[in-house]
Design a protein around this ligand. Sequence first.
Ligand SMILES: [Zn+2]
Length: 227
Amino acid sequence: MRGLCHVLLRIYYVTLGLTLLYGDKLVTTYLTQGVSGLLKVLTGLELLEFIVFAAVFIDIARAPDCDVVCSGTVLGYIAHIPVKPFLRTHRGWYHSVWVAIYVSVVVSAVITVLAMGVNIISNHLGFGSVLPLVKLAITAFSASFLSYLFHLVEDSLTLRGIRWFGVRTRGPLRTGSSDIVVVSAIVLTSALATWVAYYFTGSLSQGAVLGFLVLVLVFASMLEIRR
Ligand SMILES: [Zn+2]
């Protein structure tokens, strides 16, 4: 699947996740307190963790494809350097769950070191340690691991497929030709389901649940097509 498709899907997952977690809260606050209430809720969220999560999640979207070309991923590029001489085939071992763990450990370490740097500087300036290291390390690891795993799931929808623990899983998608059209159609269908459910139930979170279920159903049926 093309890199653009992976990135597009990541942006949609983040949006859907936010809708699921905070949708109702945002709507009620907006209706009762207007824009200022909305801003209060938004700044009340753990904004730093969210930014780190979203940035890592989107950056790692293309990391598994470093076994062909390493482009569009900063953290994926760093993790790829030590293993570069051992990579022979595209979608070989670099498209596996084990590498998802390896890359996520590297990503978590990089984010922790960066945060430590910020803490050292802020300590020096007399502000104390401003960043929560453990929280950020866990956030970075989970964002990277999920993003890598989703890449493998998405590649499973293509003709070439992915080898999951020795078993190859394939789908009907042709990489590079129609994949972006199909991915856009999947995203639009899921988003439409979210809005229809919101319209009837009045709850954005419930809408997001339906949108998520539609996404799972479409992925599952695409895998079923090739059986
Ligand atoms: Zn791939």
